[in-house]
Design a protein around this ligand. Sequence first.
Ligand code: GRF
Length: 197
Amino acid sequence: VRVLVLVSGTGSNLQALIDAAKDPAYGVAIVAVGADRHDIEGLERARRHDITTFVCRVSDHPDRAAWDRELARQIGAHHPDLVVSAGFMKILGEQVLAGHTVVNTHPALLPAFPGAHAVADALAYGVRVSGCTAHLVDSGVDTGPILAQRAVPVEDGDTEATLHERIKTVERTMLVDVVGRLARHGHTVTDRKVTFS
Ligand code: GRF
């Protein structure tokens, strides 16, 4: 299965997918990595593994709709079966979503703490357990059908950085597992419930 990964930052989730894809039994070929900015570690990781990269910046386009069209065109050029948003910090537009199944990973137990500041929001709320969620992307912000969730404890004295690091350790394993299952089994969605078939 051809998988295209979108990143905005460090790309440790991307790295976990690259490592998993080295095993042919995993069933995934990472065909390209796209980003919304230059000079990020995620793009470097892709280049180190000879994976094609592209950058599509909102600021290079007259408006969000034009950016969405161009991103959809760039993604489509690689003919992916699955798009994985792995720390991609932009909300995807309708052109991208119309043409592709997109999986997102989020560092909280949705529907709690959606949005870009999930770890800080969970800490500020005072929850004792948070975690991560892999879900299909729809037009809302972190609202699509849930594929997998893992719980992670909040420890006394946690900062946003320490909690996010603990979550990301679990998140990488969860994402590798979910992408592998989607690749090998496919899926159906009925009333928001996802079945791997
Ligand atoms: C992940 O926790 C992701 O859920 C969040 O940002 C982090 C990305 O980490 N949105 P990385 O770039 O994969 O290391």
